[in-house]
Ligand binder design. Structure first.
Ligand code: SF4
Length: 416
């Protein structure tokens, strides 16, 4: 009798897709997979090693499993993903772990074992990265960009369509790089057009991780003109000061980023613009940080995530001079996030009284949790919904917004 396997996936949605791929292959080999880890005999933990906090979270998860194994509650521990890929000698530190395996080779998943709620899915269109940002370990872990085969992607998209999902999230390290390794130019608009055609029953298609260097007018116009593509642009810019952007080896400078933000807002009116920033990069001066803070205030991003620079061995930035004390990095992080809290609150108050489509995620007590097209799963806000009827995850409703919080909305179901 094959042992019951439980999967714990940490880190980003790209990692989650890897875990789903491993699960699909185990299922194809007739292993029984359990969602409740307490029922598992073998636990596979899919780790993340992007920055310090992520590594700590992965190690903690492994040590918790080691404890369960000592208590005889699980039999085997398998560690996979970025931590195992990056630290090949990890087995010396963790002899209680039965196996360390790297990330699965990208390929067409064999059957889908969803680790996401059934009503949304991620489609990872490429592996590795085209860029070499000086602070980032991903190219070292995942290697150069490898675009997945278009036909295999369309088959997977059609499968998701047949499975009746409500939302398809298109992901990669930098999805604008899709096709550059084959055609020398981004083939993302072409692929998106074909995915739209192949998924007539999927209500929302969302693009995540667009590098500002390769966002084309063609792509923006396609997003603007397609009713089922979320008016949501996830554009990590990381910083805005040209000296820092240069040291980060980011292709787009201040002028290019500012012009692109203006263009996006013009081509896609009412767009939700999300970005990610790094604060405390080596040698970042107070003036350069102030420039970033002003940029945040002037631009008014609808969604913003900030990260404290994490010194990662093996990256070029690790050897740069002028590393900044943790205390100052933390203080800069707090200043960016409190500025954003104010901005987000103001933007959210604009929804008061509006009636908008909401995707129901789950029941929460007597009410429901949902998302708007401006909220990506797991990272953005939610809508608290009061309804007089029974709603199902994956169902769309029209909600009237009755109250607004900094990051979340409160609304009532308009269809009794
Ligand atoms: S775009 Fe830069 S930060 Fe993002 S995965 Fe690639 S190298 Fe890392």
């Amino acid at each position: 009798m094959k042992q019951k396997i439980g999967i714990l996936s940490l880190g980003c949605p790209r990692n989650l897709v890897d875990a789903e791929e491993i699960a699909g292959r185990l299922k194809a080999k007739k292993y029984s997979l359990v969602e409740d880890l307490s029922k598992a005999q073998v636990v596979l933990v899919n780790t993340c090693a992007f920055i310090r906090e992520a590594k700590e979270e992965s190690i903690e998860a492994i040590l918790d499993l080691v404890e369960l194994k000592k208590q005889g509650r699980i039999k085997k521990i398998i560690v996979c993903g970025c931590l195992a890929q990056r630290y090949r000698d990890l087995f010396k530190e963790l002899p209680e772990v039965d196996a360390f395996v790297g990330a699965p080779e990208p390929g067409e998943p064999k059957g889908r074992f969803a680790l996401t709620p059934r009503h949304y899915a991620y489609l990872k269109i490429c592996e590795g990265c085209l860029n070499r940002c000086s602070y980032c370990v991903i190219p070292e872990i995942k290697g150069p960009l490898k675009s997945r085969d278009e036909e295999s992607l369309l088959r997977q998209a059609r499968l998701f369509n047949r499975q009746g999902i409500s939302e398809l999230n298109i992901i990669g390290q930098d999805i604008t790089g899709f096709g550059v390794d084959r055609a020398g130019k981004s083939l993302l608009p072409e692929l998106l057009r074909k995915i739209i055609g192949a998924t007539p029953d999927i209500d929302w298609i969302r693009l995540l991780y667009l590098n500002p260097e390769r966002v084309s007018d063609e792509l923006l116009e396609l997003i603007a003109s397609s009713a089922r593509v979320c008016k949501y642009i996830d554009l990590p810019v990381q910083h805005i000061n040209n000296r820092i952007l240069k040291m980060m080896h980011r292709g787009a400078d201040r002028e290019k980023i500012s012009a692109l933000v203006k263009k996006i807002r013009k081509i896609i009116p009412g767009v939700c613009l999300r970005t990610s920033l790094i604060v405390g990069f080596p040698s970042e001066t107070e003036e350069e940080f102030e420039e970033l803070l002003d940029f945040v205030r002037d631009t008014g991003f609808e969604r913003l995530g900030a990260f404290i620079y994490s010194r990662e061995e093996g990256t070029p930035a690790c050897r740069f001079k002028g590393h900044i004390p943790r205390r100052i990095k933390q203080e800069r992080f707090n200043r960016v996030m409190s500025a954003q809290q104010e901005i987000a609150g103001k933007i959210n108050s604009g929804f008061l009284g509006k009636i908008i489509p909401v995707l129901i995620e789950e029941k929460k007590g007597a009410d429901y949790l949902g998302r708007t097209q401006y909220d990506a799963p797991e990272v953005d806000g939610v809508v608290y919904i009061k309804s007089g009827r029974v709603l199902k995850p994956g169902e769309f409703i029209r909600a009237e917004i009755t109250d607004t919080l900094e990051y979340d909305l409160v609304g009532v179901d308009k269809q009794k």
